[in-house]
Design a protein. Structure first.
Length: 364
């Protein structure tokens, strides 16, 4: 372990605690974020708490609420090429995907910004997810076991079978078939059948229910994570998680939503060949596998010296006390606190007696 602080570290100013920005979507939880932050339950659902510049929302510096993180990043002449948030779901989110950079910049697809949106979700409590299509042999078995319509089962053996099934499902109402699937699931006891019934409780006539047996279903345990490349179809069904993602608000929905479902754009960007794998933390300092937009590390009861910042880092405390030391100044974080370490502040030291996450840019 290197001595701290380095003797050449200049006086560059303090790390900044962020206040965050809460989104009160209907699917959120009144208790999950409150429990994380050790406060009473909220009176309205708290679905997401953002720690990112726009388009995500205006999280501010806790010491100066009039200064947003976007303002502070700009004033430091820096960039923050990722978004970070807590996600707390008591009801399922939509079945959705996101474009890659080329698709996002395509004017014919009418996205809101030209950025890709890869993301990683890391469970803080048991967290239920639908994510990516199953390998073909498993999908065929599930299609038969769950008695999906023969028309859909036959499409599986065709070239681009998954895209053909998505197109067919979203082109019709399939009311008789979804009713039959729900009745069938009531006779089954495995977690996937329960997930379908839970979705049907909110969206009993949604044809996207017919896609669920073909998707991977996971109940992530705390510390487990899934990295989702652009184009991967997914839905978050319940629990509390930390998300890091590309700086974009682009989303295309396939079902389980009150918002617009866009089959044409969905079929133009969906990726059916990639099945994300569950990642398990293997050491007190564990770096998850992500793409090029950002990195995510989980730290448990350990310490870490960060010598090089390629962009500003965000440090997220989720359990116990995490202490950041920058230029001899210390900032203590408790569960639910998030701090921004500007690139210009240089090296820093992190110590946690519980759990924390570090989000940074691999390229700057």
């Amino acid at each position: 372990m290197k001595a701290w602080p380095p003797p050449s570290l200049p006086n560059l100013g303090p790390v900044e605690l962020l206040s965050g920005f809460v989104q009160h979507y209907h699917w959120g939880s009144t208790h999950a974020l409150a429990a994380l932050e050790n406060r009473p339950p909220a009176s309205t659902p708290e679905a997401e708490k953002w720690f990112a510049p726009p388009p995500a929302g205006p999280p501010a510096l806790a010491a100066d609420p009039a200064t947003t993180l976007a303002d502070a990043v700009a004033q430091a002449n820096e960039a923050l090429p990722y978004l970070v948030k807590f996600l707390a779901a008591d009801q399922p989110l939509s079945l959705q995907t996101h474009p890659n950079a080329t698709q996002a910049a395509d004017p014919t697809l009418n996205f809101s910004d030209p950025q890709a949106k890869p993301e990683i979700v890391c469970a803080l409590t048991p967290f239920e997810v639908l994510c990516g299509f199953r390998p073909l042999n498993q999908a065929q078995k599930n299609a038969a076991d769950y008695e999906l319509p023969h028309k859909l089962q036959n499409l599986l053996i065709q070239p681009d079978g998954y895209k053909a099934i998505v197109a067919a499902v979203l082109a019709n109402t399939w009311e008789t078939e979804t009713t039959a699937l729900i009745a069938h699931c009531k006779q089954r006891t495995e977690p996937l059948a329960k997930a379908i019934l839970d979705l049907a409780a909110f969206y009993p006539t949604d044809p996207a229910l017919l896609l669920v047996p073909l998707l991977e279903h996971h109940i992530l345990q705390p510390g487990q994570a899934l990295y989702l490349s652009p184009g991967v179809l997914h839905a978050y069904l319940g629990g509390l998680a930390l998300e890091a993602m590309g700086p974009s608000d682009n989303v295309v929905r396939a079902g389980f939503t009150r918002k617009k479902v866009d089959p044409t754009t969905l079929l133009a960007i969906i990726e059916t060949d990639e099945t994300p794998q569950v990642q398990n933390p293997a050491s007190p300092v564990h770096q998850y596998q992500t793409g090029e937009a950002f990195t995510l590390q989980r730290l448990q009861q350990t310490e870490l010296t960060v010598d090089t910042l390629r962009s500003g880092d965000l440090v997220v405390a989720t359990f116990g006390t995490t202490t950041l030391t920058v230029n001899g100044q210390q900032l203590a974080l408790t569960a639910g606190n998030v701090a921004w370490v500007p690139q210009s502040d240089g090296p820093y030291h992190l110590t946690t007696d519980g759990e924390a996450f570090q989000v940074s840019s691999p390229t700057g």
